[in-house]
Design a protein around this ligand. Structure first.
Ligand code: SAM
Length: 261
């Protein structure tokens, strides 16, 4: 069956067997793993993953692809295909037993950041996540404090997950070829004890405010939330720019904004 790629769903399908093999190898799926693929497309990754685990879930928004995916996967194992939008889907529903979820996906570029934020809400259900994303997005996710690309996305993800940039993939591995390079990234949720964030909403709001104007100082961006004195008392210089602070400094600042009822 021929499928015409849809731009609105960010459909760039992997076709290079060497690249597919490399991605499957770093995911290292074993029998018994509970895999969930977001956006199986034409099943380029789904088939080898299903061969490794025997049974898995996949979430695909494009209804036209469903019969193609089912037919391609049937000889290789049991695929539970959910024809829904991954951005609003309750991932927790997929838990069948004690096994945490291993999420994988060659994510559409237009929705990569909202999907990452959505999945952060389910981190208790997740063992790890492997994604292919635009290289520039992966650079921001893994950036260190002080670097040009360090910002809200880096802080939010690194506060909750270990972020590992694995390798890059050129546009030639896809059909149609995208205009940009891609990278593979592994996210491993950190134990709640290590995360140590009492109020995730307060943390998210503080980080959002801190980076609202990159060129301004922390004191300026946090006006109305924390005073210069309060910032100083937490061991942070209120005169610095937000991108110079490490994740633990953001956690300390956020904990000071929590209102005790
Ligand atoms: N995994 C395939 C591959 O590597 O060749 C396809 C990757 S393609 C970049 C992205 C896939 O995600 C497409 O199949 C697209 O239809 C699907 N998709 C786009 N938006 C989605 C959403 N909100 N929820 C679930 N799937 C989505």
């Amino acid at each position: 069956m021929h499928h015409r790629p849809k731009k609105r769903f960010g459909q760039n399908f992997l076709h290079d067997p060497v690249v597919i093999g490399k991605i499957v190898k770093v995911i290292a799926a074993k029998p018994g793993d509970h895999l969930v693929e977001i956006g199986p497309g034409q099943a380029a990754l789904t088939i080898p993953l299903l061969q490794a685990v025997g049974e898995m879930d996949a979430i695909e928004i494009d209804r036209d692809l469903a019969p193609l995916i089912q037919d391609a996967c049937a000889p290789h194992g049991i695929l539970h295909l959910h024809n829904v939008d991954a951005l609003t889907f309750d991932i927790h529903e997929l838990r069948r037993d004690q096994r945490p979820l291993r999420i994988v996906g060659n994510l559409p570029y237009n929705i990569s950041t909202p999907i990452l934020f959505h999945l952060l809400d389910y981190r208790d259900d997740i063992q790890d996540m492997h994604f292919m994303l635009q290289k520039e997005v992966v650079e921001r996710m893994a950036a260190d404090p002080g670097s040009k690309t360090y910002g809200r996305l880096s802080v939010m993800l690194q506060a909750y997950c270990k972020v590992e940039r694995l390798f890059d993939i050129g546009p030639g591995a896809f059909k149609p070829a995208p205009k940009v390079d891609s990278s593979i990234v592994r996210l491993t949720p950190l134990p709640e004890k290590v995360v140590g964030i009492a109020d995730p909403q307060a943390f998210a709001e503080l980080v959002r405010r801190a980076f609202s104007q990159r060129r301004k100082t922390l004191r300026n961006n946090l006006k109305g939330m924390l005073s210069g004195e309060q910032i100083k008392a937490l061991g942070v210089d209120p005169g610095v720019r937000p991108e110079t602070l490490d994740v633990s400094a953001f956690k300390r600042l956020a904990s000071a904004t929590i209102k005790i009822p």
